[in-house]
Design a protein. Structure first.
Length: 156
């Protein structure tokens, strides 16, 4: 039997400088994301689209969602497989194409997790466990572009 999970967030545009959207250049792209009693996320568009570079943009948050979902599944499958992960860092990248009409789409994301394990015998299992984590990742299963993995590992 399938389980259904429902999520809710509130997005509020905070970029009205007093003139609304009367002109493309007069409003800010700033917004806030509220989710329950958690810290508010300050967002904006990418600076290439007149956004604030000091705030998170949707494209960065999509990549961060992919990266964090993969990590959480990876840690889960490692625990089940007897692989003791002591540290995990991912320097993920993604490529987005902007069309001449201003629309765009992602063509790929590459996760580059670096994993620190407790024993050298565990290193050989990492690639397989990354593939397993990718098959289970909710976010990776929801995007229409490929998510690649270039993982590395070392022993503590």
């Amino acid at each position: 039997m399938h389980k259904q999970h429902t999520y809710a967030s509130t997005l509020t545009w905070t970029g009205n400088t007093g003139q609304g959207t009367s002109n493309y250049r007069v409003y800010e792209r700033s917004y806030e994301i509220s989710i329950g009693n958690k810290a508010v996320i300050q967002g904006s568009s990418d600076p290439a689209f007149r956004g604030d570079a000091d705030k998170h943009n949707p494209e960065e948050m999509l990549l961060a969602s992919l990266s964090s979902c993969h990590m959480l599944w990876f840690l889960h499958v490692c625990a089940e497989a007897g692989v003791n992960v002591l540290a995990y860092t991912d320097k993920a990248t993604a490529v987005m194409i902007e069309e001449t009409n201003g629309s765009g789409y992602f063509t790929e994301a590459t996760l580059k997790p670096h994993v620190l394990v407790s024993d050298a015998t565990m290193l050989a299992k990492l690639d397989e466990l990354h593939h397993t984590a990718n098959r289970f990742c909710f976010v990776a299963n929801s995007v229409k572009f490929p998510v690649y993995h270039k993982g590395t590992g070392e022993v503590a």
